[in-house]
Design a protein around this ligand. Structure first.
Ligand code: AP5
Length: 227
């Protein structure tokens, strides 16, 4: 099962990809996490990507495609994958199609997680995480027991620099301009489904499992191309 989770910042791609990848035993590939790790390790990719990430712009396609190709070549996704935050442009989507076709694979489903701009603002202004164990918190939905400190190791919680309100506004603009065209791209490929994320993470996980179950039951290629 090879899945793409598509959606605006804060739509829950990371939360759901982590849950579903564990439940299905497939790889979770998040370009945002890979880039943040490169920035933290001060690699050459990280140094090039940092400025784009801090302002909410997309990292250039060539850098992203090099990174994802290397990841796919290193294996670990033979049972399937969830792509979280990739592709984000039409060029990335076309390149992905070629990359996985080389391995005689295909994308089974692209699932759009929808959310309003106001809810994105609410979720991202309340998001904190522990820099030591990386556990996430969200005010007021998931509060730490002791104010601003991690429940597991008592480290002071921090925010992602790109969750600052002006950067979130730009991330939303960039999503609408560069990434939203992928909705039509995958609709034309007949693999798009959409899930509203208003009802909280557990309900969204339930709906995702139903949607993925439908894709599993069908022989996707024959369903899409009956002749
Ligand atoms: P990335 O890390 O991918 O950020 P993003 O897409 O903006 O997504 P987020 O991680 O903010 O949100 P999410 O949808 O994963 O939601 P989450 O589950 O965390 O990318 C960061 C940057 O890297 C980009 O801006 C760009 O610069 C660069 N980049 C990455 N990939 C790239 C690419 N392919 N090309 C070019 N550049 C790239 O949830 C958010 C919060 O909401 C959490 O606190 C969570 O607890 C809460 N929440 C989740 N679901 C719900 C729900 N249903 N109800 C209530 N609260 C919820």
């Amino acid at each position: 099962m090879n899945l793409i989770f598509l959606g605006p910042p804060g739509s829950g791609k990371g939360t759901q990809a982590e849950r579903i990848s564990k439940l299905l035993g497939i790889a979770h590939l998040s370009t945002g996490d890979m880039l943040r790790e490169s920035v933290a390790r001060k690699t050459s990719l990280g140094q090039k990507a940092q400025e784009y990430m801090e302002t909410g712009e997309l990292v250039p396609d060539d850098l992203i495609l090099g990174m994802i190709e290397e990841k796919l070549c290193s294996g670990g996704w033979e049972h399937g994958f969830i792509l979280d935050g990739f592709p984000r442009t039409i060029r990335q989507a076309e390149a992905l199609k070629k990359m996985i076709a080389k391995n005689e694979k295909e994308i089974d489903k692209a699932i759009l997680l929808s959310v309003s701009d106001a809810e994105v603002m609410r979720r991202l202004s309340g998001r904190f995480y522990c820099p030591t164990c990386k556990i996430g918190y969200n005010y007021p939905m998931r509060l730490p027991r002791q104010k601003e400190h991690c429940d597991f190791d008592n480290t002071k919680l921090v925010r992602r620099p790109d969750d600052e309100i002006t950067v979130v506004r730009n991330r939303l603009e960039v999503y609408k301009r560069e990434t939203a065209p992928l909705i039509d791209f995958y609709r034309k490929e007949l693999i798009l489904s959409e899930i509203e994320t208003d009802d909280g993470p557990d309900k969204v996980t339930e709906q995702l499992l139903k949607e993925i179950g439908k894709a599993k039951k069908s022989d996707s290629y024959k369903d899409r191309c009956p002749n």
